[in-house]
Design a protein around this ligand. Structure first.
Ligand SMILES: Cc1cc2nc3c(=O)[nH]c(=O)nc-3n(C[C@H](O)[C@H](O)[C@H](O)COP(=O)(O)OP(=O)(O)OC[C@H]3O[C@@H](n4cnc5c(N)ncnc54)[C@H](O)[C@@H]3O)c2cc1C
Length: 378
């Protein structure tokens, strides 16, 4: 790996923290700039799939993940009086997800996922109260300016600053100036809904027996006249918090320019219906750090090659996940045969990429996923 490489990550959400955790493991120099004055434990539940679980197993955190998660179950649609409308079987007796892919997806609260990632990152490597305002880059370096007038220099800038990414806005200005920004990237994200998310305090399981269920089944309550739906699911460790999230979606086409690259919601904002946002962020971080581990020098030429390969590997996955989220909205309510669901889950598990510079773990299940090669440095 290039010994003078220094990566500046903007944003301490799941994309930024996963990138930082992997750079820490790869022994590559980095720092994280976060605009908030601390990491706030906001958000509700997310589902992490077998591919992401393999990465946590490689990182030696599998028992910790199991302790704070429940296997994601089926999705039950109900009327307001709780009478059933239908069920979308995403586990046995519908599909044997564990037997086929080695593990079920698992439901985890956003705060628990953030806390797991923080265990890898030395405290001093995340700087808070650092709102990035502008970025400038040339063939040798990128300079980042924050609202407190501090300047930060890196050989690579990773924009992990979410849906309204200021890093994205900065590089899009550059691309527009150069006449290379596609028209689709110049239009704003669509925003159809607002969503309130939260996690309850621990509930009394004698009053709420659903808490004892082995699986985290999703319950979706629909009404004929209300303009909203209720979604809830039991998870392992409960806390009480509500936050508001706008449900936008857009997969951008320009993900990098010069020494700057985007990751997570900064380049692909998903609707939550397909449960893909956090998975996409984690798998993109894996791809990027695997590629960075193998470069010899931090020349613009090598960095451009890394970004191109990263884009090739992840952009189509972003488009597919966006389609899944959209389609899920409409097909959930209709009966679809198990073999069709299995086609979709097979596609999602086509690759089981691992951290190329750590020992590989055995992938269980009868389905044969494609793997990536270990780093050429090993
Ligand atoms: C508060 C919150 C709650 C959420 N709750 C849910 C949920 O319940 N379920 C679900 O499926 N998804 C939820 N999401 C979305 C989900 O976390 C993301 O889709 C996914 O994890 C990808 O994360 P990300 O790191 O790319 O972006 P984000 O999670 O949005 O993280 C971006 C980070 O960048 C920081 N940042 C932004 N601008 C700047 C700047 N200019 N300078 C420095 N730092 C900056 C932000 O403070 C934030 O920490 C939530 C997101 C947030 C922010």
């Amino acid at each position: 790996m290039a010994s003078n490489l220094h990566v500046v990550i903007v944003g301490a959400g799941i994309a930024g923290l996963m990138t930082a955790a992997l750079l820490e493991k790869a022994n590559i120099s980095y720092q994280v700039l976060e605009k908030a004055k601390e990491i706030k434990p906001l958000g509700s539940t997310m589902s992490i799939g077998p591919q992401v679980l393999t990465i946590f197993e490689q990182l030696g955190l599998y028992p910790e993940v199991l302790a704070v998660t429940k296997p994601a179950g089926q999705i039950n649609f109900k009327r307001e009086d709780l009478s059933p409308i239908g069920t979308f079987y995403t586990r046995s007796p519908g599909l044997d997800i564990r037997g086929r892919y080695g593990a079920e997806s698992r439901s985890i609260s956003r705060p628990d996922l953030i806390n797991l990632l923080l265990t890898f990152i030395p405290a001093g490597k995340i700087q808070y109260n650092k709102q990035v305002l502008s970025t400038k880059q040339d063939g040798n370096k990128v300079v980042i300016q924050c609202s407190d007038n501090s300047l930060h220099v890196g050989s690579i800038l990773v924009g992990a600053d979410g849906a309204y990414s200021s890093v994205r806005q900065n590089i899009y200005q550059e691309l527009e100036h150069a006449g290379t920004l596609p028209k689709t990237d110049a239009t704003p994200m669509s925003c159809d809904f607002d969503c309130l998310v939260g996690v309850t305090s621990p509930l009394d399981s004698s009053l709420f027996p659903v808490c004892n269920d082995q699986f985290s089944d999703f319950e979706i309550i629909l009404s004929d006249d209300a303009l909203y739906s209720w979604w809830f699911m039991p998870i392992a460790n409960n806390r009480e918090l509500i936050s508001k999230v706008a449900l936008e979606d857009k997969v951008f086409n320009s993900w990098y320019s010069g020494r700057t690259v985007l990751i997570g919601d900064a380049c692909h904002k998903m609707l939550p219906f397909g449960g893909q946002g956090a998975n996409m962020a984690i798998l993109s971080a894996l791809e990027l750090v695997n590629l960075l581990y193998d470069i010899d020098e931090d020349s613009q030429e090598e960095i451009s090659q890394v970004f191109e390969k990263y884009y090739e590997a992840r952009h189509s996955a972003g488009v597919a996940a966006g389609v899944l989220a959209d389609v899920s909205r409409y097909v959930f309510l209709h009966w679809i045969p198990n073999w069709v669901i299995q086609l979709g889950t097979d596609k999602m598990n086509e690759y089981r990429k691992q951290i190329s510079f750590l020992p590989y773990v055995e992938v269980k299940g009868t389905f044969r996923s494609k793997a990536n090669k270990p780093s050429r440095r090993l």
